[in-house]
Design a binder for this molecule. Structure first.
Ligand code: NDP
Ligand code: 2IT
Length: 443
């Protein structure tokens, strides 16, 4: 066993139960270890060993009062994983299932994703086991204020800049930013994903989904293929799924499915623009369920995932490990040739291995969904400049950056006349972080 494998084994035994973190580490190290093996400078500097532990983990209590005047207590987290390239940057997730493991895996992934963007951003992630579902507006607001009462001590525009993720959208960012401003008295770019009315960037809301579609287009072009006419199955019906769907339809592809945690909808001939607008109102404004939808040509499938339909491209956009081995087999049977990971780590390790063996092109999350953090980076730039850019400038920069990320993946992932995007993203992200760490010496 090599030194590195020994270190990974040691870290895993010291962090038992953090299975998602281990899965993310294994995914990256599968490609990074052979790459660093013959590079003395990375070996001498013990870069891999240093990257196995976050810079710091912050865990705190959030106490607030619900509408019945009862006191509620939740757990809050911020994992500041690595700030070699720039201040910690990454979203906040509010979901009842989260643990420290969730945030460690997400912050580890974010470190390499942010490096791929070429923007000066380190990796972090945080959030709470608070469940916004079924809570009143006033409860969500009070929770966000209580959460920020503690979080504000650890963040800042040159230190750590959170944004949204599952359960944290425009509304929550508004409450969080309002609380930060009230506590500190300062109005600056400490959060991204803000409403454009008070410092947010045009296209940030759409950016992850749009970026995913731009990346998919780049992949298809590299394979002498095109997006127009492709049938796409999407899981999820949140921020990322909805704006992926919007851009796909705009580009002439068809969106066959969307899903939420209770079931999926299917439109054999594709969801129309008008139907998507209805779905957006249902999910974004009414916070309803897909089962409430009543649209011609759209069927609802309770308790099922969308992968058994027929399509060319699978786009998991809900959550981690949602595509299990049986789903991977369905994706293969569906006749798909590309899986574009819009969610973070949406495939189990087993599902990834199965699809790689079948020569499926997999666009890994740290490249394919980087569009969100790219526009977050541009929001920081605009805030620092005290300017607000036009939508076209942001969108063009997003498209160009997704193409640059594609080219980094192609450079480091070339294998014969194929591109291994997972390998390319892992090594490409690692090299940037490792080179910065090397320059700082032993700290
Ligand atoms: P949202 O909260 O807007 O939507 C999440 C969607 O995923 C909902 O449809 C939700 O269904 C579904 N979902 C969540 N958890 C589960 C679960 N455990 N099982 C099944 N379905 C689930 O989140 P986003 O769209 O922002 O995030 C989706 C994914 O994209 C996440 O992996 C996130 O980390 C990633 N991502 C997000 C970015 C962003 O800018 N927002 C940027 C890059 C990546 P239901 O409503 O029923 O819970
Ligand atoms: O996973 C992600 O990249 C995000 N949730 C967005 C992070 C950000 O800082 O915009």
């Amino acid at each position: 066993m090599s030194d590195h494998e020994d270190q990974i084994k040691r870290i895993k035994s010291q962090t038992q139960g953090q299975d998602q973190f281990h899965q993310a580490v294994d995914d990256v190290m599968e490609h990074v270890l052979p790459f660093v093996g013959d590079k003395q400078e990375y070996m001498d500097e013990k870069i891999v060993e240093r990257l196995l532990t976050p810079d710091r983990v912050i865990e705190f209590r959030v106490t607030w009062r619900d509408d019945n005047k009862e006191i509620q207590t939740n757990r809050g987290f911020r994992v500041q994983y690595n700030n070699a390239i720039g201040p910690y940057k990454g979203g906040l997730r509010f979901h009842p299932s989260v643990t420290l493991d969730t945030f460690k895996f997400l912050a580890f992934e974010q470190t390499f994703k942010n490096a791929l963007t070429g923007l000066p951003m380190g990796g972090g992630k945080g959030g709470s086991d608070f469940d916004p579902k079924g809570k009143s507006e006033a409860e969500v607001m009070r929770f966000c204020q209580a959460f920020m009462m503690e979080l504000h001590k650890y963040i800042g525009p040159d230190h750590d800049i959170p944004a949204g993720d599952i359960g944290v959208g425009n509304r929550e960012i508004g409450y969080l930013f309002g609380a930060y401003k009230q506590i500190t008295g300062v109005h600056h770019g400490v959060l991204t994903g803000k409403n454009p009315a008070f410092g947010g960037s045009c296209i940030r809301k759409e950016a992850t989904g749009y970026g995913c579609v731009y990346f998919l287009k780049d992949i298809l072009e590299a394979h002498d293929d095109k997006l127009e006419g492709k049938r796409c199955a999407i899981s999820g019906a949140g921020n990322v799924a909805l704006y992926t769907a919007e851009k796909l339809i705009e580009e002439g592809a068809s969106v066959i499915t969307l899903s939420d945690s209770k079931g999926y909808i299917c439109a054999k001939d594709g969801i129309s623009e008008e139907q998507l607008a209805v779905i957006r109102t249902l999910k974004e404004e009414k916070r309803g369920r897909l089962s409430d939808l009543n649209e011609k040509g759209i069927t609802y499938h309770d308790g099922k995932k969308p992968w058994q339909e027929e399509y060319d491209v699978a786009i998991p956009a809900a959550t981690q490990n949602e595509v299990e081995i049986e789903d991977a087999k369905n994706i293969q049977d569906a006749g798909a040739s590309v899986v574009c990971e819009a969610a973070n780590m949406p495939l189990t390790a087993e599902a990834t291995d199965f699809l790689r063996e079948k020569d499926m092109t997999i666009a890994p999350a740290k490249a394919a969904n980087a569009g969100g953090v790219v526009v977050s980076g541009l929001e920081r730039t605009q805030n620092a400049q005290r300017l607000s850019w036009g939508c076209r400038k942001v969108d063009e920069t997003l498209q160009r950056t997704m193409k640059d990320i594609h080219d980094i993946c192609a450079e480091y992932g070339k294998s014969g006349d194929q591109i291994d995007y997972i390998k390319g993203a892992n090594i490409g992200g690692f090299v940037s972080v490792a080179d910065a760490m090397k320059a700082y010496g032993v700290i």
